[in-house]
Write a protein that binds this ligand. Sequence first.
Ligand SMILES: [Zn+2]
Length: 368
Amino acid sequence: MFDFQLSHRDATTGARRGVFVTPHGPVQTPGFMPVGTQGTVKGVTIDQVAATGAHMILGNTYHLALRPGHETVRRLGGLHAMSGWDGPILTDSGGFQVFSLDAINKVTEQQVTFRSHIDGAMIELTPEYSVEIQEALGSDVVMVLDHVVALPAEKEVVVDAMARSIRWAKRCLDAATRDDQARFAIVQGGLDTELRMQCARELSAMDFNGYAVGGLSVGEAPSEMYRITEATTPELPVEKPRYLMGVGRPIDLLESVARGIDLFDCVMPTRNGRNGFGFTDAGPIKLRNAVHREDTRPLEEDCPCIACRHSRGYLRHLFNAKEMLGPILLSIHNLTYYQRVMQGARDAIEQDRFAEYVADKKAGWGEA
Ligand SMILES: [Zn+2]
């Protein structure tokens, strides 16, 4: 049911062009997944998400398990039927939220225990329970539960969490029962390239459908993230998709594609959109700035999104008047922008000019 076909590898970088086939349709790679935390990409209807060019979206196990509850999602027909999105869906394991949301947590070999931010209930999340929840949600891709540590951390802490993540990955694989769900492992190991490589090798020996690089984009310098990604991807199976979790800015996507990453997710296009921050080929635009007050130009001249039928001046007015249409339109524009950057990347890889494409984008963004 799952297949990953690499159709082309860029001549001068590590960039790959492929298709990840799922029971709910194909995902063109490199690709970007909008984040649908609560079973919805915030402020945007599924038809609008599809119109941005997205192939696959992400749902958050932690949030959906707490509310409405995964059994409720199951009874509503699963995440696809409940949300109305009939394309591919990836769910995370809940690990990142449990370890990062200041949910009071205690980690043992068996499980992580945390307190619900909604009703204060103590919840024990085992690798097996994370898989059970994701099976109830019915996503196309299930992520393993991993032990995420805040960086920087002492080496022994990173080693301990990495080793536990590998044991937990095995338990997730053993617990899985659905044959219509792919399972992705998550490489941990902090900012230590040796640990990352070791973790990637050990997980590669297990039969996963894909591999993620986790625990990055948590405050480290972008150069550190690129260094770790560059060291990790050569240790992963060539014929399986690779997913860099929670990343990031458009430049981070392209730099990581150049290092062999195929899939991404990030809240940045929608979160920044809600805050009046638009992405363009000429760099970011802060719509609240007075300079846009009477600007009749769209955010981007050639953008096909519905926000770009309007002037910057009108969009700025919507934000200043606190009209909900402002955040909605800018979220749509930013999601469209991310998809267009990735479409451009896919085209450039096919034509062996990915390095040139990245250089052009960086020049426009003022990052060159
Ligand atoms: Zn637009």
